[in-house]
Write a protein that binds this ligand. Structure first.
Ligand code: NAG
Ligand code: NAG
Ligand code: NAG
Ligand code: NAG
Ligand code: NAG
Length: 171
């Protein structure tokens, strides 16, 4: 019986972990439905979004023409692909980049496409504090979870609260 309880607890913890992970990380397709291609104003595209540590970028492009290189600011401004910091190209034309550092990321497409506008600067900040959580407190969600991240959907909080209550009950 003791072992059973431990197992339920561990499985529950994992469930909570993945629920929180899934809803709090957002994956953005670079350029929206235009993807990663020439003649898109990526300054305008990026300016419409707040990127947070933990989010992901998804580059969708013609794998025979473009690539995805992370460079520093100087090389971003001059479209210099010679000393890239990281080559995110995998070859499929579908590359995922985790934004897991709070900094400004600079991406360009090599092979000259940077000059036709295929460059994007992504300022990544820390997740915002939770919205004033007054109505949520009454749901009995543990503090740890309410303060975890501001963008967790309320329905998820209720689901987590239900799982949590089940633990307390079993304990
Ligand atoms: C993108 O749009 C902004 C605002 O309209 C403009 O200032 C900028 O020059 C444009 N960038 C490119 C590469 O066209
Ligand atoms: C970015 O968006 C802000 C407000 O949303 C606007 O004031 C600013 O002009 C925009 N910048 C560019 C380069 O479009
Ligand atoms: C970017 O890298 C180049 C070459 O390695 C270097 O000369 C330049 O100072 C760097 N720029 C920044 C902002 O770090
Ligand atoms: C980046 O990596 C891909 C896949 O490994 C490779 O085909 C490509 O040549 C690399 N690009 C550069 C500029 O090194
Ligand atoms: C960020 O993600 C990359 C790619 O998965 C990984 O190599 C790197 O260690 C991560 N950095 C941090 C600070 O977690």
């Amino acid at each position: 019986m003791e072992g059973m309880r431990k197992m339920v607890y561990v499985v529950g913890c994992l469930m909570m972990f993945f629920m929180v992970q899934n809803v709090s990380a957002v994956r953005y397709t670079v350029g929206g439905n235009k993807g990663w291609s020439p003649n898109v104003n990526y300054t305008l595209w990026a300016n419409a979004t707040n990127f947070y540590n933990g989010d992901w970028l998804f580059f969708v492009y013609d794998r025979y023409q473009q690539n995805v290189l992370e460079v520093n600011r100087t090389d971003f401004e001059s479209c210099n692909a010679e000393h890239f910091l990281q080559n995110w190209t995998t070859g499929a034309g579908r590359d995922v980049v985790p934004l897991n550092v709070t900094k400004t990321y600079y991406f360009i497409s090599g092979k000259g496409f940077c000059y036709s506008g295929m460059k994007v600067a992504i300022p990544v900040s820390n997740p915002p504090p939770p919205p004033s959580a007054a109505p949520m407190k009454s749901t009995g969600v543990p503090r740890l979870l309410t303060s975890f991240r501001g963008r967790i959907r309320v329905s998820t909080l209720f689901a987590i609260a239900a799982v949590w209550d089940a633990f307390i009950f079993l304990w």
